[in-house]
Design a protein around this ligand. Structure first.
Ligand SMILES: Nc1nc2c(c(=O)[nH]1)N[C@H]1C(S)=C(S)[C@@H](COP(=O)(O)O)O[C@H]1N2
Ligand SMILES: [Mo]
Length: 317
């Protein structure tokens, strides 16, 4: 993680703009109106671990916790782009962080891009505060991008370059990592060109409580977790099954803000013995989740949104 001096650090805005800009933290605070949004960031590899039950996957074996929600305060990327003067359609906005990694024998910065249409939407921020205080170093101090609804990798931390261009970023993390490979592809026949660039996240839901393999003393089982929608839509229904997906009960939803997860809760009555609790969500476009892990498996283990399952044992009399 780079250790940046906020008084010296600058974000450079360049590429297909009429005026190149160099903006420090003080410039952002002084010259632009601050905006606050509550947004969930989810790693594309969230729930990757489950996919390894189907076949080998490459990457960190995240369970269902590679996700989090925070209140972000910062400058709208749209306002910065307006000041730089950027016109045109079908363009992309590429970002680079100050951190360096070794990839394919070269030292490169972490980077990625989003379409200009998303970049101009009011909820994409150059964030300088998280939960009411300056960003922590591990979250991108002094300035990071926050792209709600997109895979976490597009929310570039330690932001130092913003470039408007007619192609997506050529960075490793846009062109190679974070691509959804076809399901017949693995290490032996890997061809990055065949992969889809990941951006918008799919609808997903997860059981947080009880945890997998729990032994429960009572038949009244409180089940709760989170659901996230796609494209900033609302989560309109969450269903929970106590019998592996045959019967479903509708969960209660806690109201949520547009780009933030929806916390849900339901009480099931389960007889003594082993049970498989399952959850699935629908968003306001009637989109829901695929049933089987087999249907979403991909070698890099990205965007797993199959029905989430938890096995529990209710103690017998
Ligand atoms: N500069 C930079 N930004 C980055 C990354 C990185 O390695 N370097 N990781 C990305 C990924 S993959 C995710 S999931 C999120 C995680 O954000 P967090 O650490 O604030 O939770 O940051 C993204 N931004
Ligand atoms: Mo990630």
């Amino acid at each position: 993680m780079p250790e940046l001096d906020a008084s010296k650090h600058r974000v450079r805005v360049c590429g297909l703009v009429s005026r190149e800009l160099e903006l420090g933290l003080e410039d952002l605070r002084r010259d632009f109106e601050p905006h606050v949004i509550t947004a969930t960031l989810e790693c594309a590899g969230n729930r990757r671990d489950e996919l390894s039950f189907v076949d080998e996957v490459e990457g960190t074996a995240w369970q269902q916790g590679a996700i989090g929600t925070a209140v972000w305060r910062g400058t709208r990327l749209a306002d910065v782009l307006r000041q730089a003067g950027c016109n045109g359609d079908d363009l992309h906005v590429a970002f680079e962080g100050a951190d360096e990694v070794q990839k394919e024998g070269k030292r490169i910065n972490f980077g990625g891009s989003i379409p200009l249409s998303k970049a101009k939407s009011p909820d994409v921020l150059l964030a300088y505060e998280m939960n009411g205080t300056a960003l922590a170093r591990e979250h991108g101090y002094p300035i990071r991008l926050v792209v709600p609804g997109y895979i976490g990798a597009r929310s570039v931390k330690w932001l130092q370059t913003i470039s408007v261009q007619d192609e997506p970023s050529s960075n490793f993390f846009q062109q190679k990592a974070y691509k959804l490979l076809p399901d017949d592809m693995d290490q032996s026949n890997l061809d990055w060109h065949a992969g889809l660039m990941l951006g918008e996240l799919p609808v997903n839901s997860v059981i947080c409580i009880p945890s997998d393999q729990s032994r429960l003393a009572s038949r009244d089982v409180n089940v709760s977790g989170y659901a996230i929608s796609s494209g900033g839509r609302s989560i309109d229904r969450v269903e929970v099954s106590g019998d592996g997906g045959r019967g479903w009960k509708i969960a209660e939803l806690k109201s949520s803000q547009r780009w933030s997860w929806t916390i849900w809760h339901v009480e099931l009555e389960l007889p003594p013995g082993e049970h498989e609790i399952v959850v699935r969500a629908w968003d306001s476009a009637a989109q829901t989740q695929p049933a089987r892990l087999e249907d979403v498996w991909n070698f890099k283990g990205y965007v797993n949104n199959a029905w989430h399952k938890t096995k529990v044992t209710v103690a017998g009399p």
